[in-house]
Ligand binder design. Structure first.
Ligand code: TYD
Length: 205
């Protein structure tokens, strides 16, 4: 029997991964679980460098792919793994599927297989949920005026398609986020509760 699980919420920009990760963390804390909420890019030096590269469209896509993988392997091995061992349920706002979807959409030369190989040393989540929305809607949710380099409708159409194809192949649950926040969050909670139950992790009623 497992005592903690690693949950990931992933999806295109503006799909609500940050909002729903926070709401899920609050819900599971109230249900009596110890929660560790984290995100990618992580808070490491590599993660901080990546945040500056998100504003720079001169960075080769392969450099982005390599750095996101380096950040992830560090994040998993020095942070997530320890928290899981300490009995925390870990929620990550984005993980491997972001690299697969974004970096393979950035360049024809970047294959899904190569991105998977780069990320070979990053541990696997127990549950990945893909939040889905039409990019035309998702970008209107962004409040900041200066958009990151990936926040472009035509790129996000491609990214979305990779997420949906991957979800089909890997049997990830896809949740549409073009609905009121409480309904979307309730749908996410339902999937998570079912997974916790399968893993024999008890929560308060
Ligand atoms: P995001 O999570 O939307 O943060 P914020 O809300 O602060 O803008 O931004 C992260 C961006 O990084 C997003 O455009 C997706 C991209 N990204 C990748 O391209 N590859 C990755 O592996 C990860 C984790 C993120």
């Amino acid at each position: 029997m497992q005592h903690s699980i690693f949950i990931v919420l992933d999806g295109i920009d503006g799909s609500g991964t940050s909002t729903h990760s926070k709401l899920l963390a609050g819900f599971l804390s109230l249900k009596g679980l110890k929660i560790y909420l984290t995100q990618e890019p992580s808070n490491s030096d590599i993660g901080n460098l990546l945040r500056t590269y998100l504003k720079n469209d001169k960075i080769p896509a392969s450099t982005d792919a390599l750095l996101f993988a380096a950040d992830r392997v560090l994040h998993f091995n020095n942070d997530i793994k320890n928290k899981l061992e300490e009995g925390y349920t870990v929620i990550s706002d984005r993980y491997l599927e972001s690299s697969i979807a974004y970096q393979s959409s950035q360049s024809e030369e970047i294959s899904v297989e190569w991105v998977k190989t780069l990320n070979k040393f990053a541990g696997k989540p127990d549950l990945t949920i893909i939040l889905d929305i039409d990019p035309k809607l998702s970008l209107t949710r962004k409040h900041h005026k200066v958009l990151d380099k990936f926040e472009d409708t035509s790129l996000l159409e491609k990214v979305r398609q990779v997420y949906l194809d991957r979800a089909k192949n890997e049997e990830y649950i896809v949740i549409n986020t073009d609905d009121i926040i409480e309904i979307v969050q309730a749908n996410i909670q339902e999937v998570v509760i079912e997974k916790l139950d399968q893993c024999g992790i008890q929560i308060k009623n």
